[in-house]
Design a protein around this ligand. Structure first.
Ligand SMILES: [Zn+2]
Length: 377
């Protein structure tokens, strides 16, 4: 693992005031010894420190309790409620966190003494680091003060909140496919298309916290309008919903057998990314063409990123990244075509190895590994 920053003291701000966290030598493993020097910032010491983690996507919520070795001690998932009421959405997130605490055996609803903090990844855009979120794919939250609300809800626990793809990048770098790299781009192709950067071994935020928005790299100047207000963006072409939409326009008909890709899946046909990927795997020509169209667009965007950032590695997570050759063959072909210079062409592009846990671990890493992944906020 790259050790990144040279300093050994980070400051994490909780509502109780700034709290200094002194990190010991960050060794070549992720089990860095982190000593909490203030009683106000609870949560034990060393590898026994634990953090709550929350990953908020357009269609699902995932929560976990993660320790300083990266072990997920408890977890919970729930669907994102379809609602226009911000409080209903917030209540679902809180319930998911409580389920994860119960799953970890931490039981007591109001006992957070064993926790060092709560790390959150949420879809953007957001005001960062304040954590006021307006996710494109969660219409009930517009300017919602998520970080402050979570801090209030969990007894003034320290809360750090960032873009969900930034959490993914932290997780890939700390414990995932990107472990051991110094310069990493982690991308996810899902309901949206996002990305996060680790540069020189540290999470890279940019001026406003929005660095890494690869979903809004323009890959087709004449392409479709994007939810961001632009046009021709990668996300407008390659996201799950846009790819499914393209397939349906081309005449793809989802079947019940393809739904969920599971024999015991729903009886009614479902036109979603998972069903489309299953259909592609089963040999459906339109589905294969749709995934290839998505993969090709991702490859074009990643070629630009490889040239811009001079990276060790690019990782790709999200449903399509697990879908097989239709997506990946097109991605690699486009990437090879558009990376002319040797340093860019040499950057490997790999699927995420444990996509379900990477984002959760990354959100926890905001709290647990401050030298590489925290910020003053
Ligand atoms: Zn866009």
């Amino acid at each position: 693992m790259a050790t990144g920053g040279s300093g050994n003291t980070s400051t994490v701000t909780s509502s109780a005031g700034p709290v200094t966290v002194t990190a010991g030598p960050v060794a070549a493993t992720a089990t860095a010894t982190v000593t909490v020097t203030s009683g106000e910032f609870g949560g034990g010491t060393g590898r026994h420190r634990m953090a709550l983690a929350l990953d908020i996507g357009g269609t699902k919520l995932a929560a976990g309790v993660v320790d300083a070795t990266g072990a997920v001690l408890g977890r919970a998932r729930s669907p994102m409620p379809k609602t226009q009421d911000p409080e209903v959405t917030f209540a679902a997130a809180v319930a998911c966190l409580h389920s994860a605490l119960s799953d970890a055996g931490l039981g007591g609803r109001y006992d957070y003494a064993g926790l060092a903090g709560l790390g959150v990844g949420c879809g953007g855009p957001m005001i960062w680091p304040a954590g006021e979120v307006s996710p494109l794919n969660i219409p009930s939250w517009r300017g919602f003060p998520l970080r402050a609300r979570l801090r209030d809800e969990f007894g003034d626990l320290a809360v750090l909140l960032h873009n969900d793809a930034v959490a993914l990048a932290a997780g890939e770098h700390w414990m995932g496919t990107g472990r051991g790299t110094r310069d990493l781009l982690a991308v996810t192709v899902s309901t949206g298309v996002g990305g996060g950067l680790v540069l020189d071994g540290r999470l890279y935020h940019g001026r406003s916290g929005n660095a890494g928005h690869v979903g809004h790299i323009v890959v087709d100047p004449g392409g479709p309008d994007c939810a961001c207000g632009g046009a021709g963006c990668l996300e407008a072409i390659a996201s799950g919903p846009r790819t499914v939409g393209w397939a349906l326009d081309e005449g793809w008909q989802p079947t019940a057998a393809a739904a969920n890709g599971q024999p015991d899946g729903p009886d009614e046909p479902v036109a979603d990314g998972r069903a489309l990927a299953a259909a592609a795997t089963a040999g459906d020509d339109i589905a294969r063409a749709a995934l290839a169209r998505s993969g090709g667009a991702v490859g074009i965007a990643l070629a630009s990123c490889a040239a811009t950032f001079d990276l060790d590695l690019i990782t790709v997570a999200g449903g399509f990244s697990q879908s097989g050759p239709a997506f990946w063959d097109a991605l690699r072909a486009a990437y090879d075509l558009h990376t002319g210079m040797a340093f860019a062409r040499a950057v490997p592009v790999e699927p995420s190895s444990a996509p379900d846990d990477v984002a959760l671990r990354g959100a926890a890493a905001f709290i647990l590994i401050p030298d590489c992944y925290a910020w003053v906020g």
